[in-house]
Design a protein around this ligand. Sequence first.
Ligand code: SF4
Ligand code: SF4
Length: 155
Amino acid sequence: MNHIKNIVVNILYLIQGMYVTILNFFRKKLTEQYPENRGKVFPYSRFRGTLVMFHNWKNQHRCTACGICQLNCPNGTIKIITKNELSEITGSCKRVLDKYIYDVGSCTFCSICTTNCPQNAITWETGFEHAIFNRSRLYKKLNKENSSLIKNGKI
Ligand code: SF4
Ligand code: SF4
């Protein structure tokens, strides 16, 4: 009799231990079947997938090449390359952005760069598919060709 009682008690303990597992068995599944559902996965807008530079319809950006993002990045992920450009208005030479190089392979997505940018020139997009076979392709130039600085304007 004692033997049967032990079996029943142990089964009850087992059900108690498996309670959450059993409950989740009947709940709606949240796991994404990626990459089978590619094209149907839409991360939240706050998701940090790809660092991008704002450009307006005239292909202009806000980056002044101040280098604050480069200085603050803990991994040396950003490289600002500048050039001198002759101003048509003042006739003087000034330093402008030539290439904004970003290495997604060393980025930790901490967002220190975006939060410290005084111009709000860079932000995040949700694209997350960065897997490639050639590491050199992880280096991206964020400013577009022939883009120039937006002065006091909003995009
Ligand atoms: S992105 Fe912002 S912080 Fe970085 S160089 Fe341009 S203006 Fe400066
Ligand atoms: S998110 Fe962090 S690691 Fe990535 S570029 Fe910005 S500051 Fe550097």
